[in-house]
Design a protein around this ligand. Sequence first.
Ligand SMILES: *[C@@H]1O[C@H](CO)[C@@H](O)[C@H](O)[C@H]1NC(C)=O
Length: 269
Amino acid sequence: MSPVWVLVGVLLVLVPLDPTSSQSTDPSTADLVNRNADFATRLYRAVAGRTDDNVAVCPFALSAGLTALASGSEGQTRDQLLQGLTLNGLSAQTLPGTSQGAAVFPGQSLQVSQSYLDLVQTKYGGKAQTVAYTMPHEAMDTINSWAQDQTGDRVQDLVSQLDPQTQLLVASAASYQARFSPPFNASLSQEERFLVDSYHVAMVPMMSRTGKFSLAYDPAVRAGVLKLPMADGTAMLAVLPDEDVDIGAVEDELTAEKVQSWIRRLKKT
Ligand SMILES: *[C@@H]1O[C@H](CO)[C@@H](O)[C@H](O)[C@H]1NC(C)=O
């Protein structure tokens, strides 16, 4: 499954697969990567369409949580979850598992089969634990401690209020840290203006590097695309709209096919 990270302002997409390595990926993995990329871009458009603020989303963590939930559901609920995740048509056996990121917290009054709790822990590497929502503060402590463990304390307060009538809570939390390869030279960083949004400017340390980069230009949306490889084999795609282009117009065109077409067009420049 592919982690795809997107930031608005400059739009950043983190993709897992180098096109050159895709020949060695078996068809079912490639199919899952395409399905997850479709979910990721639809999620991104939905989130970015509601705000002018900068947003950061991790579709991978969300799909892990919702897939774990879908595995315990039936009928229309399951169909709708899988359709939302672009996983429709897959059997229970072919639903992707994950190594971390999801947790299921049933309330004490909810009957959840042991086999489902086992599945969450084995297939999704997740946590399954009954909590007492009638004591919301203790329940929150349990859930927030899980998120802190998952993310090396980067996510502190995943939930800040809980309804005592909660029956089931599906949580997801993930953190990702990788080094740029080649690395930036920190002594070349300089304070520069950064547009937080249309009205606010902040001075921030901007990294700097000269060299040959994989670049593409998409005349249809009038945006450049820059690929920055990471040491772990993933890469960051920075989408750089021309100066007079509204970033919202680029976001509206963001689909899995679009991202893949950018990756195919990249050339060392
Ligand atoms: C980083 O940049 C400084 C200043 O130009 C230079 O002296 C140093 O050698 C560079 N370090 C690396 C690892 O390239």
